[in-house]
Design a protein around this ligand. Structure first.
Ligand code: XMP
Ligand code: MG
Length: 179
């Protein structure tokens, strides 16, 4: 079943049920790893909003949830390497355990920019939890990247928070671009 979004055609890659199952496992891991720690989950908007919402409902330890907004894609299907900061972090993270929540790690540029920025405020620890990772496109090795939902090929995906030209964020499954 293909899906047309704006001028491009997509096909299903990861179904809703598979996403839910994976998120259950990831949250169980986080509950175990952060027991007794009260971490701050920082979602990177816009793409991570559904992932954060679904994962956080399965987190049973005390935790805080906040968001920051960064963008490195400007509506196309390839990374621009330019990072724009739209919403600054308002919480004090010094001495706190931070879990950055990302929709997808592609080149890694957005993430390493955010990690370096957060480190300036002396958190106790920083780890990254990303729903998707394109290992073949990673340009920077990120030791903080501890939790990954799915590794995918070097392909453009939409759905479950991810967009093409701001469309498709509402889709329940993840779709890949048919080239
Ligand atoms: P970098 O290259 O900095 O990019 O790791 C990370 C950000 O780029 C966006 N991105 C995508 N968005 N489909 C999307 O809708 C994709 O396949 C894709 N790959 C990267 C995303 O916002 C991510 O945070
Ligand atoms: Mg993003």
């Amino acid at each position: 079943m293909t899906m047309k979004i704006a001028d491009l055609t997509f096909e299903p890659l990861i179904e809703e049920e598979a996403i839910a199952k994976r998120i259950n496992l990831m949250s169980a891991q986080l509950n175990a790893d952060y027991e007794g720690k009260t971490p701050i989950f920082i979602g990177v908007l816009n793409g991570s909003f559904l992932f954060v919402a679904d994962l956080i409902k399965q987190v049973t330890i005390p935790c805080e949830v906040t968001f920051t907004k960064l963008a490195s894609y400007y509506g196309g299907t390839t990374s621009t390497r330019k990072i724009r900061e739209d919403i600054d972090l308002s919480v004090d993270i010094s001495g706190r355990h931070i879990v950055i929540m990302e929709d997808i790690v592609d080149t890694g540029n957005t993430l390493s920019y955010l990690i370096e920025k957060l480190k300036l405020h002396s958190p106790a620890s920083i780890r990254v939890c990303s729903l998707l990772l394109k290992p073949g496109k990673l340009e920077i090795s990120i030791e903080e990247l501890r939790y990954v939902g799915f590794e995918i090929e070097n392909e453009f995906v939409v759905g479950y928070g991810l967009d093409y030209k701001e469309l498709g964020r509402n889709l329940r499954s993840i779709y890949r671009l048919i080239s």
